[in-house]
Design a protein around this ligand. Sequence first.
Ligand SMILES: [Zn+2]
Length: 400
Amino acid sequence: MDTVLRGAALIDGTGGDVIEDSIISFRNGTITHVGTAADYKVAGHTDIYDLSGKYIIPGLIDVHIHLDLHGMADTYRENLVENKLRAIRSAMEMELTVLAGFTTVRNMGSTNYIDVAVKRAIEENLIKGPRILTSGKIICMKSAGIEYFQGMYREADGVDENRKAAREQLKEGVNFLKVMATGAIMNPGGVPGAPQLNTEEIRAVVEEGIKLSKYTAAHAHGAQGIKNAIRAGVRTIEHGTLADDEAIEMMVADQIYMVPTLTSNYLMLQHGEEEGVPSFMMEKAEEVSEIRVQTAKKAITAGVKTAMGTDAGTPYNYHGKNSLELVRFVEENLMTEMEALCAATQTAAQTIGLEDMIGTLETGKAADIVVLEKNPLTDIKCLLNGENIYKVFKEGVLIK
Ligand SMILES: [Zn+2]
């Protein structure tokens, strides 16, 4: 049986013209038609929704979250949440995420493979949630502050150990691999500008992934670490905070995707030490708060494909509030509303390698569809209010 959504203004995710008075239909989870009401004939057995006055966008995609961090002010306290309870909390937060219109998320590092378990529970229809891409543990060199996230990192030094660490993640069934190419803001002792794993070590991880057609993503703030990671063959640069001109040129030349994750920094500064964010995080977040926006602007202007990722789970960065990153893009004058929506749909799908399946509303793609009460092109903030998320379909199944 076909499901038909008729009458809404449709934004298809490509950045093209809005289709007023649209018709979109789908069957068995796959889109069968997208167009205007004029060029569609409703056939026999159909389930019709009249959506006049509403807006349709593709299911949104957040390409950088941490599903088993819960937004606690001091991330050290996340360690005190017992593992099984943590998995249950993560499951609940993934429901909030899909209800907010995010039908796909990429998880960028998980404690003790909770990501793999929650993903499976969603696939088995035990719980509601988005499509999840998993990385398992983050592969990193021996470095300060790792204990701040117990069970989330796999320390590995040298080429052989990195190869082994990659194989361990792949054995757990992850969708891609993640490495630390520089220090982090949220680890005490971590120096964001300092390179970490070197090119040969990252390349070993990349090679192991390629054997199973899986790519590698690199956490990288500093310019040298970004270049090391690109030379090693990674697909995406997470953060990219201190990219210099050469690093930006390399991203353009090698078609590397960048995920600026502005929300995490923004929320740390909004709440601050008075609200429990540790001083070592605040110092680093303050240091890079301006430059990371400037770098993102430079990279976007230079033509670096830039996708939407929140780093959800970091202090006060709650799951289900993912659209904050789109608001940042617009409010920082990095993108128009339409460009921001594309960064969370078409470009995000390309970033994670699912562009043949999701990201745009086209015949043959998965019916991941969000119906909104308000026009996100005139008010991007409307995405933050759950009342404006009228319906969510994931592969044709009505979730909300
Ligand atoms: Zn992250």
